[in-house]
Design a protein around this ligand. Structure first.
Ligand code: ZN
Length: 567
């Protein structure tokens, strides 16, 4: 909400009109022509900025529609509008690609690079590297396989304790403090996956093959190369990521073994089996000691103190209805933060349900929202307002750590337990994230592997990253089935390591904040304000952090975290 933006509207007052694809096409065509002919950078800039406004309007309409749809998934008006966007977004993307091709091939490109910075050119080139008209059929086949997989998962019907459950409503039972209950719950989930294993194997096998075909047609050695391009990895490659994973194995995995040993003692069991792992505390995980109806006012107080601003960004967003925090019927599940570009305002949607996760999610999404607000003037290109995905996750994950000192406001005298749990989960996540990542490198480097060979490969990798896991002879997990539970492996290939890289950067901010709160906040502000104007490593280094690939960083963090958790 910078001063030059219009007076902030209420979310409910924002008018929605379906954008015109024809008007978009006209604008794209004329921009393209102007860029091709332009010999004067001012003319080119004018043309591209007009097109940027058209794109921003289209994107704003889409985001508005998506949010209103998610707030009431039963409303047929928004369902129809979503169908409109599903149908027309590919056309709009293709038209944009045409405009950017003209920008790339402009005769005055050097002058334009000087004026706009190189990032938009990098992004544009990357976009051209990952699609071509030759692979459109394969791309639609890939996306229909993804839809098929998601459809099967959403229809999961698990009979548990005489009631029909979905995979997400099973979660509380999986974490139950009653060992028999959680054992049975895990068995029920394992049975579900075992009975669907042939179907999932078939879908994944087709996905691996089609992604490999797309890669070859585009001139890549394999899908690893294309996958990195799709994830916009401008300044690191598979070698660097492999070293990162080795660092995790060397410095983090031993700590997770100690965490599991202490967990076993805490739960008072002879042996820790896979179904015990989600239950960290004997009496259950800490929950907020304030009612849901106080989350917002407490959040306002917390962020007000933290940023010494009254009202805080959080309060302003909430008072203008740019958030919807609580779970209810006919509201989409999950949580996200999405920006309405024309207004420069982010929207937070989540589903609080009185668990510890509520606070972590609220803070996480607020981190995304804060970054969106801080970076609003960082670039004239909407494509460069937010960075690549790993860097976005630093904004949100670091916010989870920076709010540690305020957790008494939500958890009272259970705040220590909350922080301990949060940090423990962060540590346990690192090896798991690396496992998911290395598995995909293995799979896509050897697309000829059979489903059985893939399961065996996963089981081998599990022993490296999760040496303490004991499946108690479970017929689904023991032969290496656990990867099937991770949706990202099917629908967002190579995404997962992003969370690990972000975690290591966020932990650096946490570490600094313990000794020098002011310095940590300065780094955080810098990182958020830079938006997407730089690539990951440039971004973190210019903010004053070290590269997440540094072995020294991993060693130092391992030491600091052990100190914090008294390990
Ligand atoms: Zn996030």
């Amino acid at each position: 909400m910078s001063d030059d933006k219009m007076k902030m509207p209420k979310f409910s007052d924002i008018q929605y009109t379906r954008p015109s694809v024809e008007a978009f096409r006209e604008c794209a065509m004329s921009t393209r022509l102007k860029l091709m002919a332009a010999r004067d950078p001012d003319v080119a800039e004018n043309a591209i900025m007009t097109f940027q406004r058209e794109m921003s309007a289209f994107d704003t309409a889409f985001t508005l529609c998506m949010i209103r749809h998610d707030l009431d998934t039963s409303d047929s008006f928004w369902n129809d509008e979503m169908d409109f966007f599903d149908e027309h977004y590919p056309v709009v993307s293709e038209l944009s690609a045409g405009v950017y091709a003209a920008l790339l091939h402009s005769e005055i490109r050097p002058q334009l690079e000087e004026r706009f910075g190189t990032m938009i050119f990098k992004k544009t080139q990357n976009q051209r590297d990952i699609v071509s008209s030759e692979v459109l059929d394969e791309l639609s086949e890939e996306s229909s396989l993804e839809t098929e997989y998601s459809q099967i998962l959403s229809e999961a019907d698990i009979l548990f304790k005489g009631k029909h459950q979905t995979l997400s409503t099973m979660t509380p039972f999986l974490e139950s403090t009653d060992r028999e209950t959680r054992k049975k719950a895990h068995k029920a989930v394992s049975d579900y996956y075992l009975s669907n294993k042939p179907k999932f194997d078939e879908i994944y096998d087709k996905m691996v093959k089609i992604r490999t075909t797309i890669s070859k047609k585009l001139g890549y050695k394999d899908f690893v190369e294309l996958g990195y391009k799709r994830m916009e990895r401008y300044d690191y490659d598979p070698e660097k990521v492999s070293v990162f994973r080795d660092n995790v194995v060397k410095y983090i995995v031993p700590i997770t073994s100690e965490i599991r040993r202490l967990q076993k003692n805490r739960l008072g069991v002879d042996k820790l089996f896979y179904y015990d792992l989600p239950c960290l505390f004997l009496h259950g995980n800490p929950v907020p000691n304030i009612p849901q109806s106080d989350y917002f006012s407490t959040g306002c107080q917390m962020f007000g103190k933290m940023f010494s601003k009254d009202p805080s960004f959080f309060q302003v967003l909430g008072e203008h209805d740019f958030m919807d925090l609580f779970s209810r019927q006919n509201k989409a599940t999950g949580g996200y933060c999405a920006s309405l570009l024309d207004y420069g305002i982010p929207y937070i949607l989540m589903n609080a349900n009185s668990t510890a996760d509520d606070v972590a999610t609220m803070v996480h999404e607020s981190g995304h929202a804060y970054a969106a607000l801080r970076s609003i003037d960082s670039s004239q290109f909407i494509e460069c307002l937010s960075p690549t995905l790993e860097a976005c996750e630093i904004h949100s994950t670091a916010m989870e750590y920076l709010t540690y000192p305020y957790m008494e406001m939500f958890f009272g005298n259970h705040a220590d337990a909350y922080r301990e749990q949060h940090m423990t989960l962060a540590l346990l996540f690192l090896p798991y994230g690396c496992l998911v990542d290395e598995y995909q490198h293995v799979v896509y480097s050897h697309p000829e592997m059979t489903p059985e060979e893939r399961h065996a490969a996963w089981r081998e990798l599990e022993k490296k990253y999760q040496p303490d896991i004991d499946y108690d002879g479970d017929p689904f997990y023991e032969p290496g089935g656990a990867w099937m539970k991770k949706e990202h492996i099917f629908t967002s290939p190579f995404y997962y390591i992003d969370y690990c890289l972000a975690q290591v950067c966020a932990l650096q901010i946490w570490d600094i904040s313990r000794k020098n709160r002011k310095k940590a906040m300065t780094i955080y502000e810098h990182l958020c304000a830079a938006g997407g104007t730089k690539t990951l490593i440039d971004l973190v280094e210019s903010a004053g952090l070290e590269s997440p690939f540094s072995v020294d960083v991993m060693k130092k963090l391992a030491y600091q975290v052990c100190d914090y958790l008294n390990l």
